[in-house]
Ligand binder design. Structure first.
Ligand SMILES: Nc1nc2c(c(=O)[nH]1)N[C@H]1C(S)=C(S)[C@@H](COP(=O)(O)O)O[C@H]1N2
Ligand SMILES: [Mo]
Length: 323
């Protein structure tokens, strides 16, 4: 990969060495067990083709994006070892342990529904839709912990514009990957899969809404939603679906996983709001990860501090009713 200019690199070029080692081991395993490998061309395609992307690798040509907070960035180790990704288990340490061999290449995201130009996008396609930006956002989980993360991606609106939504598109539905062969912990998580989320069209098109392919200068770790996820910083974390495989523009408000499972606790909107006690506990304060055992809870801000940019989307709506 060193002999190509950065602009010519493909997503498979940035697949880490470790993945090729896995591939090679697998290949030799096949040879040893008599697996069919016909001719050199087949062999070399296999060796140079996309591999399992299990280790994050550096992303080049990332410019500083808008909307970044100057708050202290949460240590990367906290963000990659304390996760919610129920397909890989419900313990906070489960995703980092259980998603190690998750295959994220090849990968296809189907963009469909009420659009003029439906597309099946590869990761190479997705990496080229718009210049990559680093955006340092606050992320607030409904469980009352929060993090500050240097995400990498671009506004979701760039992808939407590519497929040209029709006037009938009023909402966007997001679907995460699900396969029990890779996610054997999924069936005991207690929520239905595939994980579904949704946004109103104006929320999806808001420039803060990020289609995210990396963090901390690198591609996404598997446990944080590789190879591509959503990040919607003014909403509780569960709105930001990981490891996306389908994006559907639709006429009606789509069903969402947590709202379907427990509608009293999880609404469709899920805007961060210290005054509305969703779930079983107060949302007035939060605990910032990585501050050590003496760190104190901090006050939660309405719309997670992004109200100056997004409050107008909800003018005239009763935020207690549309939680
Ligand atoms: N597919 C999928 N996406 C998901 C989840 C999940 O369990 N499955 N958990 C959500 C929740 S509750 C949060 S807080 C964030 C956590 O993202 P992080 O682990 O990268 O911090 O992912 C969200 N996206
Ligand atoms: Mo969350």
């Amino acid at each position: 990969m060193d002999d190509k200019p950065a602009s010519k690199l493909t997503y498979s070029d940035i697949t880490p060495k470790g993945a090729y080692t896995n591939r090679r081991n697998f290949l030799f395993g096949m040879l040893a067990t008599g697996g069919a490998v016909t001719g050199w061309k087949h062999f070399s395609n296999w060796m140079s083709g996309p591999a399992t992307g299990s280790v994050p690798v550096k992303l080049n040509n990332v410019k500083k994006g808008p909307f970044s907070t100057a708050e202290a960035i949460t240590p990367e180790n906290d963000v990659t070892t304390y996760n919610n990704f129920y397909e890989f288990g419900t313990g906070k340490g489960d995703p980092s342990r259980n998603a190690k061999n998750f295959r994220t290449s090849p990968w296809t995201v189907s963009v469909e529904g009420e659009v003029k130009k439906p597309r099946k996008l590869s990761m190479d396609d997705i990496m080229k839709i718009a210049p990559l930006e680093e955006r340092i956002y606050r992320h607030r989980c409904v469980e009352a912990w929060s993090i500050v993360v240097p995400w990498i991606g671009y506004s979701f609106s760039a992808l939407a514009n590519l497929v040209e939504p029709t006037p009938k598109a009023k909402y966007v539905a997001f679907e995460s990957y699900y396969d029990t062969r890779q996610m054997p912990e999924g069936p005991s998580a207690g929520i239905p899969f595939p994980y579904l989320e949704g946004l109103r069209m104006d929320e999806a098109m808001h420039p803060l809404t990020l289609l995210c392919v990396g963090m901390y200068g690198e591609t996404l770790p598997n446990q944080d939603g590789a190879p591509v996820r959503m990040v919607i910083p003014w909403k509780y974390g569960y709105k930001s679906a990981k490891s996306l495989v389908k994006i559907r523009f639709v006429k009606n408000q789509p069903p969402t996983t947590w709202n379907t499972a427990t509608p009293e606790w999880y609404g469709f909107y899920s805007n961060v709001n210290p005054n509305v006690n969703t779930v079983r506990w107060s949302q007035a304060t939060e605990h910032r990860l990585g501050g050590g055992i003496f760190s104190r809870p901090i006050p939660t801000q309405i719309f997670n501090g992004y109200g100056d940019k997004v409050a107008s989307l909800y003018s005239g709506m009763d935020l207690r009713k549309y939680y």
